[in-house]
Structures are given as structure tokens and as C-alpha cells.
Design a protein around this ligand. Sequence first.
Ligand SMILES: [Zn+2]
Ligand SMILES: [Zn+2]
Length: 343
Amino acid sequence: MKAFQFVEWQKPAELREVPVPQPGPGQVLIKVGGAGACHSDLHILEAPAGTKAFKLPFTLGHENAGWVEKLGSGANGFAVGDPVIVYGPWGCGSCENCRVGMENYCPGKIKAGGLGQNGGMANYMVVPSTRFLLPLGKLDPREAAPLTDAALTSYHAVKRSIHLLGPGSTAVVIGTGGLGQMAIQVLKALSSAATVVAVDTSVAKLETAKKMGADEVLISGDGAVKRIKEITNGQGANLVLDMVGVKPTLEMAAQISRVLGHVTIVGLGSGALPVNFHSPAKECSVAAPYWGSIPELMEVVSLAQAGKIKMLVEHFPLERADEAYHLLHDGKIQGRAVITPND
Ligand SMILES: [Zn+2]
Ligand SMILES: [Zn+2]
């Protein structure tokens, strides 16, 4: 089969011929329907050797959905042909965090297909346990793949702050690429009472943000800070989601968050936010979450099945995976680029 693999540090990934893997005991072989190209892959591909603990080569694609192709001995609960989505971070399964479905916070060594282990940018991938599979029902794996990262990451970032988003509250989403668009929809689905403000440097992206349900869209800059203060009677936003995470966006987040609010850093841009007695506002919490839990992915799938969230998806065959990453790098993907290896 063909696999799009990360072979050498700071070199583009390569399409290579590799054997079809076989599922061991308890494992499942998935025929890949869709594998999302994530911005975090660009950070990995561009990282200098030695800065990430990955052994090369491995197949990219940590945002995967497909169909059950073959069950290893002892694996059950699914049948061949079932459409499934793959939960990404694979923990130990037995610690406190894993037992409540938060394998993203397993204190042991987390494995993940597409992040050091072979992922979904290939015709087939092996998932180590059925506990990482969720049934998709009527959803098409080619469309649903981004639910497991872009949507789950946004969903978790919103849900942890949902108690702040009652009537009269304001949530600001800085950066309205794939994750930001999803965050806007999740905010609207989980708290119809909150006012959702989207901020970006791109007019086109703000137009999309509006379509996704943002109540107000603002071009980033001093004007946006002023307007957010105005909307919130000078108090600032209850929740600020920074989907970018660079110095200017973090500075803005600190300026527009309110007393007892939350600033949540989702974007992997490696900016730093100074936190001291005077800034951000008093008792404003700053957190950087990572991915989400298995129960949250079940909720995300339910929202998608109910038609309440939808990712803008652009499909690319495996042969064009490299091109998809280039477009992503250049900011030319509107929602999510999804590689479809078996089309
Ligand atoms: Zn990702
Ligand atoms: Zn664990």
C-alpha cells in the first residue's frame, strides 16, 4: 500500500510503498476513509532533529476515520465494514485519567497514530484497541475525520469553560481557521446565550466565521480590543480562546479578558504570555489544554450527527498530500484539508 511518511527531520514527507499492516491481538485494522492534515504536523515537519521524541519514519495523519477492515484476535464490539472514527491519543488505559476517558492526559507515554506511530495517511492503519474506536453511524468517514482533532480540541476548550458562558456572557475566538470555525459552532451549540465574537487578520476568514454563527466579527488590532470592551461594558470577555498562540494574539487575549475569566491557549504558535499581579485581570485563569477525552469525542460525534457542527472539508487523494500541506502552510485551506487514501 501507499503511505505518506515523515522520513527525515526538516524534510518534506514522502509518499512510499509499505506493506499492509496486520492487526495483532486486540488490535483493529482500519481502511482509512479520511485523514486530516493538521497545522501541528507542519510544526513537527519543520522541527530540528532531536526536539521531538519521535522515531522516524512513521506515517502522518492523527485525525482519522474509516471502516473496520479486520479485527485482531480477541478484538470485539465492532464488525467488518463498520464506519468508525479513531480517538487520537493512546494512553495506558489503566491509570486514573485513562479510566475516565482522558487518555490525552495519561501520565505514561502517550502514543498516537500520526505522531510517532503510523497514522492514517495510508490505505490502512492499525489501531491498538477497540476502546479508541467510536461508531460513526450515518456520518461519512471522509467528512468526519476532522471531528477527532479539530472539533474535539475546540470542543474540550469550550466545554471546560462552559460554566462562564451564561446569559450576558461573551466569548472571543482569536483566529478563525479550521479550529476557530469549529470553536464558534461549538460555542453556539453549547451556549446559545453567549455572544460570540470572532477576530482574525483575514476578511475572508471572518466572512466564514460569520456563516459559522459568530455574532460579531472583528479585524484584529486596537479597534477590536476597543470594540470588545464596548460590547462587554468595559469588563472584557468571559472566555478568550486563542487559536493561534503567537505574541500579538496572546497580548490581545490578556487585554480583552475579564476578572474571573478564562484565557485558553489552543494554538501552537510558540508565543509566551506574561502573567503577573497586574495582568491578565484578577483571578483570570490561563490554561493550555491538549486534545480532549473519549466521552467528549462521543459528544462531538453526536453534535455532528445532529447537524449542529460541520467542518468545511477539502479532499485530496494521497498523491496530493504534499500539496495539501503546502496549501495549509500558505493559509490557503478554508476549513480542513482531508486526505482520502482509498478514493
Ligand atoms: Zn492536530
Ligand atoms: Zn493512562
